[in-house]
Ligand binder design. Sequence first.
Ligand code: SF4
Ligand code: SF4
Length: 375
Amino acid sequence: MLEQIAEQTSLCAACPKMCRHACPVSNAERRETVTPALKMTAVDLARRGRLPLDEELAGVVHACTSCGACSQFCKLGNNVAQALVDARVPLAHAGVSRVARQVAERMDRFGNPTGADLSKLHRQRVPARPERGALVLWPGCTALRRLPEHASDVVAALERALGHALAVVPPDSESACCGYPLWAAGLHERFAVQARLVTQHLKDRGALLTSDPGCAWTFNVLYPQFGSPLQQPARHVSQVLAGVVLPSTWKGPAPLYHDPCHLGRHLGVYDDPRAALLRGLNVEPREFTWNRAVSECCGGGGLYPHANRAGAVAVARRRVQHEVDERQRTGAETVVTACPGCELMFSRAGVPALDLARALLGKTSPAPRTEGGTR
Ligand code: SF4
Ligand code: SF4
C-alpha cells in the first residue's frame, strides 16, 4: 500500500514545505513533526524501510483532519489528505494503530463505529416519518450520537420550508453509519462491506438528503470508488434550503459562517449555505478572514478527535481566536456552520455555534459542551 503513494510522499519529502502555514494540526499542536511535509516524509521513510510501522508512526499519520487545506497551497496538486489515509491501511493491518483498533472494536460490539446503539438513539431522537418519499433524510451518526435535538430540528426546518412531510431513513442497527470512520481509520475492507450494506438499505427510498457533509462526501465520492454507488447522488440540506424561504426569528448580529471542509473544499458547495442564511435570516452572514477554498478546519475530520481530543479542540479554538478574534473583528456573536461535527467542535472549544437548520429555526446556541467521548 505504501508503494501506491510513493509519488505523493516523495514529492513532500523533497519539498521546502510550501504549504506549511496552512495545516491546522501543526499550527495548533505547534509541532514540526506534524506539518504536512514531515508527516509525508515519515511515511516515505517507512516506505523505504527506514522507519518501522509502529505506534509512533501511526500517531503521526493520524495527526491530520483530512481537511485538504495544504493541497490548496501546493503547486504540485499533491493530495496529502488522501495519501495519509492510505498510509493508515498497513498500520491498521499491523495492529499498531490505536484509532483503528478502537473503531474496529466498536464495530464488532455495536455494529457501528460510534460506540452507541444508533437504532435506539434514532427511535428516541428522530421524528417518526415514512421510510420512502421524494426526499428522504439520512440523519448521520455524529448528530444522532452527540447532538440530541439536531435531527428533529433538521426535519422541522426542511418541512417548514418545503411545506410537506419528509421521509426519513429508518433505524437499522448496522446501517445507521455511512462508514466514514472505517475508511478514515484505514479499515478499507470493512468500509467496503459497510458501503454495500448501506447502499442496499437506501435502495429505492427516494432522493437522499443529509445534514452531514462527511456523509454526503462519503456517499458521493467514496462509495463509487469502492464499487457501491448510490442510485443518485446525495445532497446536503443546504442545497435544498438555499432555494426556499424559511422566515426565521433570528435576533442579534449577523453570524459568522464557517465552511465545513467536506462541504466546501471537498464537494465545492460554498454558495448554498450562504444563500440559505441570507434568505432565512435576512442578514448577510459575516465571513472569516480565511473562508471558502482556503477556510480553516474545525478540527473534527479524519478521526483526529479520536487520535488527539485536546489537539482537535485547540484547532477549533484557533479557527476563531488566532491573530484576531474573528467575532470581535466582524461583530458576530455566533458561528453558524452547515455540519453537526463543526457545531460540536466549536461548542467543545467554548465558541457559541449553531448548525444551519437550527439557525434558520431561530434557535440559540446551546451551552458549551464538556462531555466525554471522542466524536
Ligand atoms: S503538499 Fe505540496 S507544498 Fe505541501 S509539502 Fe507536499 S509537495 Fe510541498
Ligand atoms: S489535510 Fe489538513 S490536517 Fe491534513 S496535513 Fe493537510 S492541512 Fe494538515
